[in-house]
Structures are given as C-alpha cells and as structure tokens.
Design a binder for this molecule. Structure first.
Ligand code: FE
Length: 382
C-alpha cells in the first residue's frame, strides 16, 4: 500500500452546506480507540433499519428519531456494514467527542434507494458501505458530495479514494485464490486468469457474478488484460466449474473444505472469520498475481451525502475512522487490512504473509462495472 503523506493538499476545503458551526466540535476531534468491522453484505444481518442512539452530553438532540433534522452535534450514518461490528467503534467516537451518531443499517441497494427518495429531506450525512463499485454507483447517482481533507489525503492512499473526493476507502480486503492443500500444491497456482486453464476442469468453485465483488475483480482484469482476453478467461472459468456458482464466499470456501472443489476465489476476511471459528479449517490462501499485476484489493469506505445538513460533522467522523487508532480496530475487528499505511495488521493477517497489491485505482471498478456485468453474462457466468 502506498501512502503519500507528502501529496496532501494544503487546504482543508470542505463544501459548506447549510452548516452552522464547525468550530466548536472541531476542537473536540481526537484520535481515539475504536473498533470496527465489516459487512453485512450477505444482507442477512441487515434486517430492518436500525437506529442507534448513544447518549449525548448536554445538548438537545432535537429528538428521538431518525427522521429529524440534524444538528451540528448529530451525524446520521446510513450503513450497510455489520452493525455489531461498527457500532462499538461509533460509540467510541461519541464517547470521545460528544457527537451523537445515529446509525441506520440496511443493504446498500435499499439505502441508496432511500437516499434517492428522501432527497433534500434525508437525515443522512454519511453512506458507509463496501466495495468501490457500490461507492462509485452512489456517486454516479448524485447521492454524494465532494470533500477535500488533508487528513484523508494523508491517511488514505490516492488509489483508494475517488479522485473527485466523493468517497474514500476506510479498510482493505483482498479477493484472492483459496485451495485445498490435500489436492493442490501452491506451486500449481499463479493468476486468476490461470484458473481458466483446462488443468482446473471440474475443480473450480466460484461465487455468483451477480455479486459486486466479482464485478470489481473482473473489471480489474479488463483493465489489465483487455476485454477480449478477459472474456476468454471468464469462459474458461465457467468451463472449469465443479458445481453451480455459490451465493456467498463462505459457502464457496466450505465447498473447498468439503472436497467439492479444489480451488476458488474469495475475500480474505471471510477466510479469516472461518479460521477464527475453526483454526484447522482445511483450506489455504494463495496470493494471486504476485508475478504480474498483484492481488486484487478492494475497499470498504464512505462518502458524505449530497444533501447532508452536517457535512462538516460527517467529514470529521470519516477522518477519525482513518486515524491510526481507529484503523487498527476497524480492520482487526473484521479481519480486514487497514487502509492507512503503517498501522499494524492483526496477527492472523500477518500470518498470511506480505503480498503485492494491484496498483489499480479502485474507481476503475465502478467505471467498468457495466461492461464487466455484460461480459460475464455473455460468457455464461451466472
Ligand atoms: Fe463481504
């Protein structure tokens, strides 16, 4: 991960949008401990929208509900991340700053539809979600506003931020190759594209192409290999499938463990969680594309809502989430990698060894998403 602290822009320009005062709690901003985590993404844990209300020190939060006007001392987050993981972190922010956070949890699609429907009346200040492809979509739909922050520019490498400042990465996840060590030698593995080789006929397991994670991976391959070559690879993958595509990464990893297939592609944190539960889980991780473009890395991240009435408060929360202390907890709670360079990874992640990351700017995943979806459809990848 490359960090360019030196490239930070000189000013701290934030769009001013009906915000009253930032001075008071600007002072309250501090780097603190926290604890974050990851995605409900399976949707399962994102049932009905949930509101979290932490007690606030001495101010009238005007209310008791989500559908109220934000004051400077309240930041409302629409989040698709696992609430159990994210809430302790946000509570920590409230504890440190006195700023109340209202958390509304749902899947990304419904949250974006809600933002669209609420328009100028939305109580939301931040959209917190996974995958650059989702953040890019939100930006395309005009749901986010640009911010410029020397803190984010210093803490988050440029390749993990939107060039226009519409969203920023806050944690990293690698999407890489996993294999059954009783049947496969790591020396047989190399790239994502190589899994299209007939050598893997009947041995490959994949998650559905409907998931944004695979759309982003394929978008990155299109950028590196070109459209034609990538299509050949996708057709090869489909030819090599051992069974129908899986709805989620965990089922896919369990299928490798069960001997249903020998290799597959999944996000690193799912593997980390499985290892937490079952230290002897009989599947190994392999860092893909180490001799070529590097392993595909994606983000979880956030953007300030276009119609937020507290964009300064929103930005402060995002800046805080990118701080050293927040990053350590943010990442380790969910087996993700910190987005900020120099922040220690958890012991488990360190045990997987260092790896070369793809250097692509993650916004490409959004730009090429439609083409990736069309191509996978054409190639018969369900
Ligand atoms: Fe996920």
């Amino acid at each position: 991960m490359s960090l360019n602290a030196a490239t930070a822009l000189p000013s701290f320009t934030r769009p001013v949008k009906a915000t009253l005062s930032i001075a008071v709690f600007s002072l309250m901003l501090g780097l603190v401990g926290c604890n974050k985590a990851e995605t409900p993404e399976q949707g399962a844990d994102a049932a009905a929208p949930v509101e979290t209300t932490a007690p606030v020190a001495g101010q009238d939060a005007a209310t008791d509900g989500v559908a109220t006007t934000n004051s400077d001392q309240v930041v409302t987050i629409y989040s698709s991340r696992n609430e159990q993981l994210i809430k302790p972190l946000l509570d920590k922010y409230t504890e440190e700053t006195g700023v109340k956070i209202e958390l509304v949890t749902d899947k990304t699609g419904p949250l974006m539809a809600r933002l669209d429907a609420e328009g100028k009346n939305t109580p939301a200040d931040i959209l917190l979600t996974v995958d650059a492809g989702n953040l890019w979509q939100a930006a395309q739909q005009g749901l986010l506003q640009p911010v410029s922050s020397t803190i984010l520019e210093s803490n988050v490498p440029a390749k993990y931020r939107d060039p226009k400042g519409l969203w920023t990465g806050l944690s990293l996840r690698a999407r890489t190759i996993f294999y059954d060590p009783s049947k496969v030698d790591a020396a047989q593995l190399s790239t994502y594209a190589d899994l299209a080789d007939p050598e893997w006929k009947g041995k490959l397991c994949l998650r559905t192409s409907k998931k944004v994670y695979n759309q982003s991976l394929v978008a990155s391959m299109m950028e590196h290999l070109g459209t034609e070559k990538t299509e050949q690879v996708i057709r090869g993958w489909v030819d090599n499938l051992a069974t129908d595509v899986f709805s989620d990464d965990v089922s896919m990893l369990e299928a490798i463990a069960a001997g249903q297939c020998e290799v597959g592609i999944a996000n690193s944190y799912y593997y980390g969680r499985l290892l937490d539960e079952k230290p002897n889980f009989p599947v190994k991780i392999f860092w893909a594309n180490q001799d070529t473009t590097g392993t595909h890395v994606n983000i979880s991240g956030a953007g300030v809502i276009a119609n937020s009435d507290n964009p300064d408060g929103a930005l402060k929360v995002m800046e805080w989430l990118s701080s050293d202390k927040a990053q350590g907890l943010y990442a380790s709670a969910d087996k993700e990698f910190p987005v900020k360079e120099g922040v220690d990874e958890s012991e488990l992640l360190r045990s997987w060894g260092p790896f070369k990351q793809d250097d692509i700017n993650v916004q490409k995943f959004g730009e090429l998403q439609t083409q990736a979806i069309q191509m996978m459809d054409k190639a018969g990848y369900k």
